[in-house]
Design a binder for this molecule. Structure first.
Ligand code: THU
Length: 145
């Protein structure tokens, strides 16, 4: 049986491209309430990158995270097979970690893909969606009734 392709089998150049792209996306963040800019860069299986930033709202609850902005852009352009997403913030001492809502939205499109959580200096840690959201609820579960 063919082995499942590991989620993190990305070329170093591709990782660097993704990291640059999420830092660039952070510059567009609209975050007048939190003053916490976040950028994301989502890599499709065929090598395209969709970027996103957080977009806040005066009605606070309507704000959207950078990760979901990027995913919504990709889906709305017809792409739903993802290899990786990279996330950037201004946090100096911590790798930015996606919120629970974003983890669930990532999981909708598979569990075996990579999340690169970065610091502004370009260092990162990576985990799969499965690792970030174990024992998750997903599309298949709706068919098991
Ligand atoms: N935020 C993101 O965009 N992504 C994350 O991974 C964490 C939090 C945004 C939401 C809000 O606009 C601001 O950061 C503060 O929570």
């Amino acid at each position: 049986m063919a082995q499942e392709r590991p989620a993190c089998a990305l070329e170093p150049e591709q990782i660097q491209r993704l990291l640059r792209c999420c830092q660039e996306a952070k510059k567009s963040a609209y975050c007048p309430y939190s003053h916490f800019p976040v950028g994301a860069a989502l890599l499709t299986r065929d090598g395209r990158i969709f970027s996103g930033c957080n977009v806040e709202n005066a009605c606070y609850a309507l704000g959207n995270c950078a990760e979901r902005t990027a995913i919504q852009k990709a889906i709305s352009e017809g792409y739903k097979d993802f290899q990786a997403i990279a996330i950037a913030s201004d946090l100096k001492d911590d790798f930015i970690s996606p919120c629970g809502a974003c983890r669930q939205v990532m999981r909708e499109f598979g569990t075996n893909w990579a999340v690169f959580m970065t610091k502004p200096d370009g260092t990162y840690i990576t985990k799969t969606v499965q690792e970030l959201l174990p024992a998750s609820f997903g599309p298949q579960d709706l068919h098991n009734i």
